[in-house]
Design a protein around this ligand. Structure first.
Ligand SMILES: C[S@@+](CC[C@H](N)C(=O)[O-])C[C@H]1O[C@@H](n2cnc3c(N)ncnc32)[C@H](O)[C@@H]1O
Length: 331
């Protein structure tokens, strides 16, 4: 029996998954066959053995990325305890504002009917996605080939490829209130937390890193209230706070996957009940298998097509790229 076989498998799976990072692909595939390194990683608690966390901690302590695997290896094997301590104290977390290019058209649709939006983000992280009104959006169409700019705000441009029956909204929308819930909220004014968030962006993803920095600056101008809480129990009280300020929209992206299957169903029911009671509109953006009741309302998705499904009030309206770089409109 091979020692640390499960860790090796985790790292070789990650190497296959990390198509967007040549460096991480290289690090993960070489770590997967390096018994000494597997031993070092294998002595971490199981939940802390994830490649994303181990690599980010090494980078946090100066290992250059992109850079040679040998540097990573030496840093971990000669660690004086500092890298291990970072791994134990911190966790992986993302906050991807690129997703707003796919969420904003649905916000515009709601606002057209109901006026200013009171946004409540479930699983908000640092709350960077709570500023959809600050960006301009540029959609690239293939047929006929063209690009259209939608200037909702006057901030940075977020790009997405548009497919299917999508037409760029002709109207803007206003956000009158913003708040969120997260199990582990990050404070945009905490330089250390923001630097760690940046370290979690993969090395070659320069665009994502630049977008993150801009998003932090935008959020710092008007910090939203992100409270510590669980989306399964604490949403209704946040909705009550949001309600006096405009049409409440609860939204979430890349969050429900973190719940166990039974809890996902409970969340789905909770949201359907809140919508039925008129407490809010519901914008969901999750992997295709995460909220099957929503995915089922759209066309069937080929098995080999990884996609998020964007939903409004429990009905699929688009297939979206997980980081917001494309959307295929369904109606
Ligand atoms: C991948 S991040 C996505 C953050 C943000 N929605 C975005 O699109 O960039 C998932 C977030 O969900 C939060 N989360 C996971 N389960 C949660 C729960 N039960 N209640 C509240 N937040 C949760 C995590 O702490 C994390 O910040």
């Amino acid at each position: 029996m091979k020692l640390y076989a499960e860790v090796a498998e985790q790292y070789s799976d990650f190497a296959a998954y990390a198509a967007d990072s040549r460096c991480f692909r290289d690090w993960a595939s070489r770590a997967a066959t390096d018994q000494a390194l597997l031993g070092w990683i294998g002595r971490l608690p199981a939940i802390k053995q994830q490649p994303n966390l181990v690599f980010a901690a090494a980078r946090w302590h100066g290992v250059p990325a992109p850079g040679p695997y040998e540097n990573l290896r030496e840093a971990l094997l000669c660690d004086d305890g500092s890298i291990r301590d970072t791994i134990l104290r911190r966790s992986t977390q993302t906050n991807e504002v690129g997703r707003l290019a796919t969420l904003a058209p649905v916000f515009a649709r709601i606002a057209r009917k109901s006026g200013p939006l009171s946004l409540v983000e479930a699983g908000a992280s640092a709350g960077l996605c709570l500023y959809p009104d600050r960006y301009r959006y540029r959609y690239e169409f293939v047929q006929p080939q063209r690009s259209e700019l939608w200037p909702v705000g006057d901030g940075p441009i977020l790009d997405a490829r548009a497919k299917g029956a999508f037409s760029v909204p002709t109207h803007s929308f206003e956000v009158s209130w913003r708040g969120g819930i997260d199990l582990s909220p990050l404070d945009v004014d905490d330089d250390d937390a923001m630097a760690w968030l940046e370290t979690l962006v993969w090395p070659e993803q320069h665009e994502r890193r630049a977008r993150l920095r801009q998003a932090v600056q935008i959020a710092r101008q008007e910090p939203a209230r992100i409270q510590r809480g669980d989306i399964l129990t604490d949403l209704p009280s946040l909705i009550d706070q949001a309600a006096p300020h405009g049409q409440v929209v609860v939204f979430h992206s890349a969050v429900v996957a973190y719940l166990e299957p039974a809890a996902r169903e409970r969340f789905d029911e909770l949201m359907r009940d809140l919508v039925a009671a008129g407490a809010c509109r519901w914008v969901s953006n999750e992997g295709k298998n995460v909220l099957p009741s929503i995915t089922r309302t759209g066309p069937s998705i080929p098995e080999n097509h990884p996609t998020f499904v964007l939903g409004l009030d429990g009905v699929a309206c688009a297939w979206t790229h997980g980081h917001g770089s494309s959307l295929r409109w369904l109606d």
